[in-house]
Write a protein that binds this ligand. Sequence first.
Ligand code: ATP
Ligand code: MG
Length: 585
Amino acid sequence: MRTSQVPLNTVKETPADAEIASHQLMIRAGLIRKLAAGLYSWLPLGLRVLRKVEKITREEMEKAGALEVLMPALQPAELWQETGRWQHYGPELARLKDRHERDFCLGPTHEEIITDLARHELKSYKQLPITYYQIQTKFRDEIRPRFGVMRCREFIMKDAYSFHTSQESLQETYDVMYTAYSNIFDKLGLNYRAVIADSGSIGGAVSHEFHVIADSGEDAIAFSTGSDYAANVESATALLEEQVIAAPSEAYAKVATPTQKTIAEISEFLNVPAQKILKTLAIVKMERDAEGVVIKEAFYNLFLRGDHELNEIKTRKIIGEFRLATDAEIIAHHGCIAGFLGPKLDAKYPCLFDHAVKNLSDFVCGANEEGFHLRGCQWTNDVKTNAFYQQALADNAFYDLRNVVAGDKSPDGKGEITLARGIEVGHIFQLGTKYSASMKAGIINEAGKSQIMIMGCYGIGISRVVAAAIEQNHDARGIIWSAKLAPFQVALLPMNMHKSERLKLATEKLYADLVAAGIDVLFDDRKVRAGFMFSDMELIGIPHSIIISDRGLDDETLEYKARTATDNEIIPSVGVIEFLKAKLA
Ligand code: ATP
Ligand code: MG
């Protein structure tokens, strides 16, 4: 194609709301344009990249034996009511009414729709296992759409769903999909990791996320240095330390901490490391009725080591939905303001401890009195704390409540945990019967009996992949596409063609030859300065450039430049097609 046909909508200015490189570069290179918060149009150049991601994904889905379908974006509320998600999905679900006042939503995902399709289309075990997939627009009214197409409200997803009569069959398809996903991200040339994940609101037990490793990633990923253990920090675990409590070395004392409330403030004020401070969190567990209305609230205290962060997802799995208690609630229930709470023997509410708290000695904790902390605490030196600790042991109240940190032991005992940032580009789940049971999606099994189908589901954020690829591959001058993703493989750049008829003819000839050879080439036929041309091609990230000039015509040479190279290479004009084909192979 020619730049006169595909106008390059490059812009100089970095948009004010673009915080990360991929967002800035997608706007500057003219791949996308913002319509409103979290809504983007894809310009021709961007769409070419998006289509390439789709193509590779489609090829691998077909190879994995999945069948392509296309389901509506507009979904009737009845199906979501059947699974209970109409109540539970929350404000991310874009709900609307049709002209007859019937409830609908714009699909954020398609479990309900595919399960409805399957319960009508699938009758017998003989039709299973079967996997359907689609590449389709999803809507999520994200609380904070940001980073361009990385987290937007309307985006393209590849979603696939499989149906089985047994867990073994689900595991087989899950493994096939895991391999297909690895193939897709390999082909896309991305540095990625598959990690153990939490299955979130979609449900199910086993799940993996695929993350593109990038500093700007919104997720923290934990890896082991000594094994292939890798998990999202949301669900990563560490090997439990043995219970060894160091011998006390400090005197027990109540100390004034007049304004010191946070772990950092107390640590500094008392000159005690955060890992020697007991953190007390007052929370409120909530229970809702079928309509989603909160009907019951209960107070809990959580105890963690001061340097550890509460992991809300793990905690939610233990006690259910909860929120942090407000200051007013803390005063009302604990008789003390937040920041000075600690273990209390006569606590009238359940107390949950993180495992790491077991080994504390010489620690600091709140005195349950405004302006005071206790230091030199041992679980054993004071009657009250000891009784409290013994109670916790008796109640078996120790749980995994925290995020893993660098240096923790890997849960398989091999190596240590290190942390990296990742962008979630794919997610696969073993759903089990979560949707098929509530929607009564059954088939007749081999024994002639009706049986609820077992399901898996598999998503890839097609549009997010484009942004993630840029996030991982760019430099100060612009995007660096891998050959498989680039909107064009080769840029053909004539120098001052508009001043030389001979050059024009030669460039047209070379362009025709390249096209005939099946090379995806962008011929820059604009009447612009060479420097301008180069910087545009670098910004949009075309991997290979061929520069043709009058001087080169005299010498029968061309110049070649790889996007990642600093210097041009002089190459003979003869054999340029083979030269490029070798580069593109
Ligand atoms: P996230 O935690 O990033 O919100 P998710 O867990 O909600 O993602 P899934 O429901 O697993 O995402 O959706 C499948 C894939 O769709 C994700 O792996 C991600 O690549 C993509 N995706 C999800 N939400 C968005 C969004 N708002 N914008 C763009 N892509 C998204
Ligand atoms: Mg999400």
